[in-house]
Design a protein around this ligand. Sequence first.
Ligand SMILES: *Cc1c(COP(=O)(O)O)cnc(C)c1O
Length: 426
Amino acid sequence: MQKSLSERDQAVIWHPYTQMQTAPAPIGIVKGEGALLTDEHGQTYIDATSSWWVNIHGHAHPHITKRLAEQAAVLHHAIFAGYTHEPAVLLAEKLLPVLPGAQARVFYSDNGSTAVEVALKMTIQYWQNQGTPRRKLLAFHDAYHGDTFGAMSVSARSVFTRAFDDYLFEVTFLDLPTAENLPALLRQIDDIAADTGAFIFEPLVLGSGGMIMYDVKAFDALLAHCRSKGILLIADEVMTGFGRTGTNFAMEQLTTPPDMITLSKGLTGGTMAMGVTTCTEAIYEAFLSNDKLKTLFHGHSYTANPFTCAAALASLELFLDPACAQNRRRIAARHQAFGETLRQHSRVKNVRQTGTILAFEVNTGEADSYVNNLADFLHRFFREKRVMLRPLGNTLYILPPYVITDGQLTTVYDCVLDMLEEYGKR
Ligand SMILES: *Cc1c(COP(=O)(O)O)cnc(C)c1O
């Protein structure tokens, strides 16, 4: 008998973030369309988390498919040092003007983590090139910036980094700003400002940290203070970029513009892996010299791959179409109404929303050790109901592709209410 995809997988694959000994067999996906994914048995799943937050226009979008096919007939790859090509140049030309702040240059890489690595390397060398090295970096306590070593270093120390903590460089971690703690935060920064090169942050929403949403006004004041001390501001918009938070980019909701921006997840519409790090002209100019040592020595074999650039261009066209913004407003309004329903629910706490992200915690009423059981219960429940929701600890969030239909959203919401009902009966 022919083995299923799921069985074959279990003989040869090692999955990310997965304890392979205890994890249930993975679901074999064979097809995607809109917000739906179809498994090898013909059952469909509603993708309520945009397949790890990357898919913004729905699966296998015909416009992106068409552009990829056109690109396939022309050029697959070309070395990106000493050579260039239309898709890479055009993408930079289209992207820079829509980004917040005076972003002047695009540096391509392969994913969100590498985009962060590039921003960190730009920061460190920017200060060295000017002959005024600054050694320290600032980040938020619950931050997540990726899984490579530099990105891990500026992320929260957690169970995810435990095995590697001794190998991570030191970073000064800040509490999330509030009206109350702001004066203390600013004093903390004053003490180290002269030796601090950059502050890297996820604007408005800390994603992997648990969809934590924080005070915009206090954050803006924190950014302005860092700017006044010459600390570079790196907005990690890998998750918040491309419309997640209500505006095209989260930094549009703040008055202090960033010096650098990192992008990935939504960049190609969930088609292919790509990272972008942008910076201002001032940062770029600090690397211009007759001295070869002032070069940014960083790159990847697939840097600015033409296919990937073509996918990003096609995705950007869809993103800038007014229909996309209208869909985002529609989802935000639906989220808001469902958020009100959840707020009335006794088994729910901390309901919060930013744009198309709705998050809350399940009120277990028990000690934290219970949380693991809760996560297992949630995974199992949503798998059975064929709704793709993946809790972060005991935080549950809905972060759908913008093309999700009203009917599909209703199914997801109803499924959450069913889950709360079922949980209560345990
Ligand atoms: C996911 C994420 C990253 C890492 O991106 P990968 O493509 O998974 O390496 C970095 N920063 C933020 C804010 C993210 O959400």
